[in-house]
Write a protein that binds this ligand. Sequence first.
Ligand code: TXA
Ligand code: MG
Length: 324
Amino acid sequence: MTRLLPASDPAALAEAARVLRAGGLVAFPTETVYGLGAAAFDATAVVRIFEAKRRPAFDPLIVHLAGAGELRRVVAAVPLAAERLAERFWPGPLTLVLPRLESLPDIVTSGLPSVGVRVPDHPAARALIAAAGTPVAAPSANPFGYVSPTTAAHVAELLGDAVELVLDGGPCRVGVESTIVSLLEDPPALLRPGGVPREEVEELLGCRLRVVPSSDRPQAPGQLTKHYATRTPLRLLEAGEAASAPAGRRVGLLARERAETGFAAVEVLAPDGQPRTAAARLFAALRHLDGLGLDLILAEPWPEEGLGLALMDRLRRCAAGRDD
Ligand code: TXA
Ligand code: MG
């Protein structure tokens, strides 16, 4: 049976750390989405993550650290750009891809010579990693290809008994996954837009990131085009296209700022119009609409700047492969 314990309780954190050290799985809150963690150097425990998620083994995991000072436990070299990014954005929703240490099990990196690392900006996550005394490998705590969980209840519902312990740290503040930047090349590459706006990374580095189309990186960011999918077909509206429900069908609307009439259900992502607000609500709103047995979900588009880039990335993936 999955146990749900409050992340603010020191005894719960100690218990979760014990589960990790014993080779078990713990779902824990981060500022982006909930993670499904295992001790990174315990290959058998990491295999259990793939089983729990039914995740293809070619999709490498992000290793979570309690602080930037622990980078050398998993990374072979720390270029100056990585130091500067870590100093500016950690703890926070930025994952850096760096050369890995040989001692890290291959299952964590899918055999790649690199590893994705980040320091999460949630006190319970860092306290857990510190108490466990080990870097923690963790993907988002959802079955492969489904919408990421932003509450502990989502995790319990999605993964059930596959996880021993779920730490409940409340709803995730950011709501979309971390931005992934590869420092293996020059200029660095944006592998996935996410919680840290691309523009802020570029400003700090003083150069444009190379943007890697998802089709060019099958080995990397689990960014198979059809990812983050709802079971209900979703269509992303064009900019300026009016949202209207086709007659005779039960259609839900994922609206930006204002509810429209004529839909079977409407979720407004950001009454204040801010992409930041929308990101924090996106996955919960998708999950809610997906549970209503609708024929179709229509989603209003966002301007592709700041967090809008991550919003549109997730919405496009959700819509991919559906011809509705
Ligand atoms: O916000 C987040 O990043 C959340 C929380 C839990 O930290 N984690 C997350 O993990 O989104 P996951 O596994 O759902 O997505 C991580 C992505 C994967 O698509 C994976 O392919 C990519 O990071 N990745 C990991 N290591 C990599 C590497 N060495 N090279 C390229 N991509 C890598
Ligand atoms: Mg994921």
